[in-house]
Design a protein around this ligand. Structure first.
Ligand code: HEC
Length: 154
């Protein structure tokens, strides 16, 4: 019993000291890594919504289209819609391009609103609705590619 207590006591001391020894490293990696991860997660989330939106326009599914635009708007706001957030998320060498991000976010937001208004317009005929929403979808995609071309060099 005593042996057991001693061992567990010793163990907790070891764990505690190894934890405190590891602490500076953990803090250090918190500063660099999570931001890149956060950015990638946000981007992947937007990519998922954009895919849903594309599918919904190909299948003429208004319900899915409206839920995809809703999701995309929220993701956009949290990833690239706010200059402070995007500045913190962008890699050091492209930080100065944060105003481009804000501009892209603004144009994507406008296209999202256009899709929503068009789909909810009871007076517009089907072919016009389709052409308008498709055009707005392509405008969103153009903004995604535009920024990627600026931040990547492959
Ligand atoms: C402000 C610039 C900017 C805009 C606008 C932008 N992205 Fe990104 N995107 C980035 C950066 C920076 C990265 C991370 C670095 C890299 O992968 O080159 C990234 C990475 C990604 C990735 C790869 C994530 C991973 O796991 O590697 C996907 C997918 C993506 N973006 C999708 C999108 C979609 C979809 C849109 C449009 C709705 C979009 N992006 C708009 C800057 C942008």
């Amino acid at each position: 019993m005593i042996k057991k207590i001693l061992i567990s006591g010793l163990l907790s001391v070891c764990v505690a000291s190894s934890l405190s020894a590891a602490e500076p490293k953990a803090v250090e990696s918190k500063v660099v890594k999570p931001k890149a991860v956060e950015l990638k997660e946000g981007m992947n989330a937007m990519s998922g919504s954009l895919y849903d939106l594309q599918r919904s326009l190909l299948t003429n599914d208004k319900k899915v289209a409206l839920s995809a635009t809703k999701k995309l708007r929220t993701q956009l706001d949290s990833v690239i819609g706010n200059e402070k957030t995007i500045k913190a998320l962008l890699p050091e060498e492209v930080k100065h391009k944060s105003s481009i991000a804000i501009n892209s976010a603004h144009l994507i937001e406008k296209a999202i609103t256009k899709i929503e208004k068009t789909l909810n317009d009871r007076t517009m005929n089907a072919i016009n609705k389709q052409m308008r929403t498709q055009k707005a979808y392509l405008a969103i995609q153009t903004q995604c590619f535009r920024c990627h071309n600026l931040v990547r060099d492959w």
